[in-house]
Design a protein. Sequence first.
Length: 456
Amino acid sequence: MQTINRRLSMLLVLSAVAAILLVTVFVNLTVSNKFNEYMIDSQNKRYGRIVSYLEEAYKREGTWSSDTGAELMHEANMGNYCLTLLDTSKQAVWGMDPDDLKTQIHIGEMSGHDSGVYITKTFEIKVDGTIVGFVDIGQYSSVLLSEEDLTFKSSINKSIIVSGALTLIIIISLGLYFSKQFSTPIREVAKMSVSLSQGNFDTKSNVKSNIEELEDLRKSVNILAGKLKYQDTLRKRLVSDITHEIRTPLNVLQNNLEAMIDEVSPVTKEGLNYLNEEVIRFGKLINDLNLLKEFESESTKLNYETIFLDQLISEICKDFYMAAENKNITIEYDILDGGNYLIIADKDKMKQVFINLFSNALKFTEMNGKILIKLYKDNKNIILEVIDNGIGIYQEDLPFIFERLYRGDKSRNQIEGTGIGLTIVKNILDLHNAMIEVVSKAGAGTTVKVFFDLSK
């Protein structure tokens, strides 16, 4: 197994080496070919100049002699080629010895596949369209390179190699730097994911990246860690709450039944009624859990119909007036005039939502308190508000109020309930594409808002 840093580094280095080698070879071949083309063109021009020179010499002298064009031999000797002047019958007028060229120092440095092989080319010498002689030009390479030419070509090749090496070093350095930029945040996220898989939900990645996708990945994994920690906390609290809710009625039943069996407490109708109430409370908890299971498994079937919210809420409010009077709590109902509060929903499920909300407001509002129920519309929603001046909710409890069986410590210890009501409310509203929002402060009351999207 290799680390991502090592793998990226190797990939970038190998890619850089391959690219530089290809570019270097391509440039070298291109320069060499162009240089050879230039030298061949120069050589052909030299051939033409030699023939033109001999044609002019013949015109001046009218015949060939051993001195005709002899001055060309010095130039030929310096240029590493041999000249032989021939008459019309191809008999030598004068010529150079090819063996004399082998003593030249640069002959061994001639380039080309046929270097060291003596090659001759014969050119016609014409005057007024008539062939008056021939000239043989011989050399030990198809392309003649002087010492200056070889030095120039060598310097070009060295420059290409040096440039390639420097470019390679720069690319490798940049590759290693950028591979680190890529690999470091990925490595940190990988370590974090391993830590999360081991149950360490407090881990967090702080290695930021200027690459958008990697930064999004880092943020997403951090959010995932936070949610996993949150879910782990809820799981532990859920186990504690279920244990508490189930243990209480069972303990009451067990203790009272043992007292009756041991004849410590008499078997009376009142005692049996009290035990029956505990059984009923325990049954309600089981029923609520089953109801919640139905919603969360998405097996609940909704019977949609047209509902006028103002009428439905007015009917439900009447059921709470008696309980409110017992606690001397005032219930005010405010409907904004001119609104059409019609929605398509499951009426029974909506009743369950409103009964839970009104029941909670009444339950957590103390004696002589006040509950305000408002119904109004804006451009996009029908909005129901349930406002009370009760005991409120602690800020640390607010994020968890829709979780199953969650109850703040204060309310759980003082007021009866299972902690499932708001969870069911949230599930029903989600099924109806509605939203719920809770604003509260401990000791200052609670405001619950339900938004019914008119477009849906």
